[in-house]
Design a protein around this ligand. Sequence first.
Ligand code: ZN
Length: 544
Amino acid sequence: MLADTKTPWQTYASAWLNAQAQVVFLSTPLQGFLFLVALSLFSPWGAAGMALGALMALFICAFVLRQHPLEWRNGFNLFDGAVIGLLWAGLLSRDMQSAILLAMAIAACYAMRFKLVSTAYSYGFPSLGVASLVTLWAAIYVTLYFGGDFWSMRMRSEPGTLSMCLAGMCLLAAMLLQNVRAALFALAGSGLAALLFYFAQDYPPPVGSTIVLGFTVFLVLFSLPATLLPGHAKAYPMAALAGLVTLGLELAWPHVNTLSSVPSLMAPMFLGIWVVFAFFKIEHRLIFLDPGVQALAKHLQEASSQGGAVVLTGAGISTASGIPDYTRGDWLEAGVPLATYNYAGFVHNRYSRLMYWNSCFRFLKTASQAQANPAHLTLTALQQAGFVTTVITQNVDGLHQKAGTEGTVELHGNIDHVHCLLCGASKTWPEPASWQHSDTFCECGGFLKPAVIAFGEDISLTTWVQAQQAVSTCSVMLVIGTQAAVTSALALIEQARQRQVPCFFIMPGYPACVLTANDRLLFYKAESLLPALADYLGLSKAKP
Ligand SMILES: [Zn+2]
């Protein structure tokens, strides 16, 4: 784990600002601050409520629920409090004691939040502000039931044109800091939606509700490409669809009898976004929501114009094809000491040679029947699309070639042929009888040996140079299904790290090497993550 250089107060302050940034799908303290300023100019009581709500949520998460700072410091667990506080503005403006009710509402929200969030997540949907929405509906209902007024604001004056413009500029600046393209796209789309809303009705609606509608559509259009699905190939068309759904629901809401008594709040926005997520396969939806996967997708997209990705694979990628772990020796004869299989043993000892040939032959039979799995096929698709330049593998099963990957660098050779230790000639496998009863030789008199690296044998210089050249130009490295316990794999990872190239480790467990600041762990099996990643990047299946 990386050391955190922030003091506790800095951590609290940035978490508090992050929570407010999250209300509008932003993510940094600066963006949160800009949003807070914008809201202060537009609705001072709303800003005060949001700041107070975020503070209460921070107190609950950090001191009552005693969550780890990793859980709340990015603001993700806190923004429900900020949202409730924001909409509490009317009550707060008329009676400061309603701050106590606000604290109670936020406490209730956090009592049920975990359940709601995990339920949404188990179906592969972002939870968004569903906990705050449920809390607010309940609060509004209770207020109305007792004859109270939830909304009306005690305000000296409406915000002037100047403050409105300043507020808009602050908010737009925050949005542009997050993602320029998404912000401009959302601005154009929401402007269009607001015009439609204003002029398409028989009686023009109040300017206030037109602004609220435009803002809701803006958030939908912005959220998908900027925050929820960054780098997704179809993020913009999906956002447009979600925007249309949201607009439709907002227009229909007052006309549905059962709904017209409750305010829509942000419900149409959530539904619009969820409709988009419903289009993805459930296992892909869950993977799409992982920020680590989103970062990898972003790096791959940048890599296609910057030098490309190099992929280093190990046994884990072939497990789903039924291949034993070559570097760990899972394919060797049980009960025979590992030292028997040393390269020196092979050269000097007839018994070692017999054991080595027998074990390799068993491995060959397994490998020749094995089929490439979705992970191998996806790497080929990523290569064909220009994201991946080179696949370097520690495996000897030849499955990358079977899947159609071009120019695979096989660090440990390939089990599908044998070679001469003296002249290097490559040959097809001899009949088992030829090694079982005596030694088998090349025409030149040298020993024949399966063309895979034995323990203690050096990787061929040509292969090693190819691998190093590939790593020397890459802009991102994927380490898939290998613990990186072998010196050669570690040397290649180290070479990438020295160039400040980010390394993504994809495997269900931890690698054996020490991690650095640029490394990222994605705890997935390659055969489930890679197809989802290809889907994210908008690729179709490989054509082997
Ligand atoms: Zn020879």
